[in-house]
Design a protein around this ligand. Structure first.
Ligand SMILES: *Cc1c(COP(=O)(O)O)cnc(C)c1O
Length: 474
């Protein structure tokens, strides 16, 4: 490319000031922070200049300066629109995975959302005892609800279950040994690994047994003067099937009593309700696990419980009291919005039927086939009204959804899906475009078909979803 051509192209490029003085940009300045617009203009001009110098940007020789300015202004408008969009935004979950960690896990019940709104918009008695006027505990109401719902002696709530495990180990087993089965050294998505959490807590890991089999005798043989605790970890997101033997929590409790050692159970998901009557796998409830007699039980607030992110610790007062005094507790404490959401969620459980109706996670887990099918046909008919038949084929089919969040990994929940095959682009391309929409949409791509699982799509989202798909296919 000639010097002459480059020089001419560079001279056509407007200055930052010229762009900022443009009427369309001054209008943008009324609605958006100056710094955002300035940064966008600078970035675009720098980019163009570099492009011209490297030869990547080729300009028509007869282009007029005004035309070029128009183009820069349009690019600026698009960049500003992108940059003022919040990074954390709504996604329509058409994956069918109910507890999708990447999509924020559990949705809150209406009461929980309202409770969050109240404490977020007003002052509250977070740490004030309204009866006495003295300092109160932010955990008091949660402790009462948790002990009354589960029968535990005492309770404590921290930031998440990873923090709960860390705090429990650091309080009860620092610089001493914790015995765990090799079959339970799990990694939970997002880098929670039992051996690593244990290292952080200062406890020493003693692995016993084999991946598929660990017998009570394996624990007994490993116990020594340094042993502080026996730990049972729910294998959550995977199952070992076939030739297996797991030592149960109640067997560990028996050994613990023999040697006067505490037993802890990291339940992972932890459900307060037995959902097997809805065709879900039979999993011991939190109450049943506590009934087996372990000293400490931990689980997440935003998995099967269906509440906010939190780590719930239940168990014997002597251990929980010690945890409350551990300085680490202050570092992993929950904020007022979590307190509000968790209290409201736990209150839903005071009436089981209501919990199933009101808590979105339980609702989605137990929803019946008829409703799913109806929703799928609804979605299909809305798609028919907004989509040109020549752009895509679609139909209602049967499918399978997953629970997610490391809960019930083998559960296969029958569901109804709408399967869509775009004619002009691939299903993968459709998914990529949908990710950039507002709201973004996440579905499943299988054999070049885009699959929308109606289990996790709200009835009020059907129109939005259909429009997003139509927009993406345009
Ligand atoms: C999910 C899970 C955790 C981590 O819980 P978070 O609330 O995500 O911190 C720990 N242990 C088990 C067994 C789990 O399933």
């Amino acid at each position: 490319m000639s010097e002459n051509y480059m020089g001419k192209s560079l001279r056509l490029l407007p200055s930052v000031d010229e762009v900022l003085r443009d009427g369309r940009v001054t209008e943008m300045l009324e609605n958006h922070p100056r710094i955002v617009i300035l940064e966008a203009v600078r970035a675009i001009l720098t980019d163009k200049r570099k492009g011209i110098l490297s030869g990547a940007v080729k300009m028509r020789q007869d282009i007029k300066k005004e035309e070029y300015l128009d183009m820069i202004v349009e690019t600026t408008a698009a960049a500003v629109k992108r940059s003022v969009q919040p990074n954390l935004r709504r996604v329509i979950n058409a994956t069918g995975v109910i507890l999708h960690t990447n999509l924020g896990r559990a949705l809150l019940s209406k009461r929980a959302r309202e409770a969050v709104n109240i404490v977020a918009s007003n002052y509250s008695n977070l740490e004030l005892d309204l009866k006495t006027g003295r300092r109160g505990s932010r955990y008091a109401a949660l402790e009462n609800l948790l002990t009354s719902l589960t029968g535990a002696e005492d309770a404590l709530v921290v930031n998440n279950n990873a923090a709960a495990v860390l705090l429990a180990l650091s309080t009860a087993a620092r610089e001493r040994e914790v015995i765990v089965s090799r079959g339970q050294l799990v990694e939970i998505g997002g880098s929670f690994r039992i051996p690593e959490v244990m290292a952080q807590s200062g406890a020493k890991l003693v692995e016993v047994g084999a991946t598929n089999k660990t017998h009570p005798e394996d624990y007994r043989k490993a116990i020594c003067g340094e042993t502080a605790m026996l730990l049972h970890v729910h294998t959550s997101n995977y199952r070992i099937i076939g030739f297996t033997r797991e030592t149960t929590v109640s067997e560990l409790v028996e050994i613990g009593r023999e040697y006067n050692l505490p037993v802890m159970s990291d339940l992972g998901s932890g459900s307060l309700l037995d959902l097997s009557r809805f065709g879900l796998p039979r999993e011991p409830t939190v109450q049943e696990v506590l009934g087996a007699g372990p000293d400490i039980v931990t689980f997440s607030g935003d998995k099967l419980l269906g509440g906010p992110q939190a780590g719930i610790i239940l168990g014997r007062r002597t251990y929980i009291e010690k945890m409350k005094k551990n300085p680490l507790t202050r570092a992993v404490r929950i904020d007022k919005m979590t307190v509000a959401a968790l209290e409201a969620t736990l209150r839903e459980y005071q009436d089981e039927d209501k919990a199933i109706r009101e808590i979105p996670t339980l609702q989605m887990l137990t929803i019946n086939q008829e409703i799913l099918k109806k929703r799928a046909y609804n979605l299909e008919s809305i798609l028919q009204s907004v989509l040109d038949k020549t752009i895509a084929e679609f139909a209602v089919e049967k499918g399978v959804s997953a629970v997610g969040g490391g809960a019930m990994p083998t559960a296969e929940l029958l569901t109804a899906v709408v399967v869509l095959s775009p004619r002009n682009i691939s299903a993968g391309e459709l998914q990529a475009t949908l990710r950039h929409g507002d709201p973004a949409v996440m579905g499943r791509v299988q054999e070049d078909r885009f699959i929308m699982d109606c289990r996790t799509i709200g009835d009020t989202e059907l129109q939005l979803l259909a429009e997003a798909v139509a927009q993406a296919l345009k």
